[in-house]
Design a protein around this ligand. Structure first.
Ligand SMILES: [Zn+2]
Ligand SMILES: [Zn+2]
Length: 165
């Protein structure tokens, strides 16, 4: 399995988002900017609460309202910068779709873990099938469900008193 890595992008997430907002006649407010900075601060999967928490820990961060957070998340999604990858404990889990290499996911049905992988053969097969259909591919998204190694390992046998006699 290859490590999924970040890719060089021509413009920063903030600039990219600013461009998108401009096409919609919207401005990048300071509140939105702080929020976008925190969303792109690291490449981990995240949900709305993760970002609210990070913003509130910043010196210049005020408490952002929940409705603002959901609004910005859906704007970022429309801009093609983030995408929903799963739903865990009734929360949408997002990841970056901008500045991140194409990759696919295994999703554990027991613990909800997301395992990322990137595989050239998968990409080639999808490209080949697309070509057969005369389909112009922009990107693909593969999601495989099952049980992760941790969850399928047999439970550790507890030491019984009997063993120690
Ligand atoms: Zn699991
Ligand atoms: Zn991912």
């Amino acid at each position: 399995m290859k490590e999924v890595s970040s890719v060089d992008v021509a413009i920063s997430p903030i600039e990219k988002f600013q461009e998108y907002l401009a096409t919609r006649g919207k401005r990048l407010t300071r509140e939105r900017m702080i929020f976008v900075e925190e969303v792109f601060a690291d490449h981990e999967h995240f949900d709305a609460d993760t970002v609210i928490e990070r913003v509130s820990r910043r010196k210049d961060g005020r408490s952002v309202s929940r409705s603002t957070v959901y609004r910005v998340l859906s704007l970022l999604e429309e801009a093609g910068m983030i995408r929903k990858v799963a739903r865990q404990n009734d929360r949408d889990v997002y990841e970056h779709d901008y500045g991140y290499a194409q990759h696919d996911h295994f999703i554990c049905e027991k613990c909800g873990d997301l395992i990322e992988f990137s595989n050239d053969s998968v990409r080639e097969v999808v490209e080949q099938i697309a070509a057969e259909h005369g389909f112009r591919l922009s990107h693909h998204r593969l999601e495989a469900h099952g049980v992760c190694a941790k969850c399928s390992a047999p439970p550790q046998r507890r030491h019984r008193k009997l063993d120690m006699i």
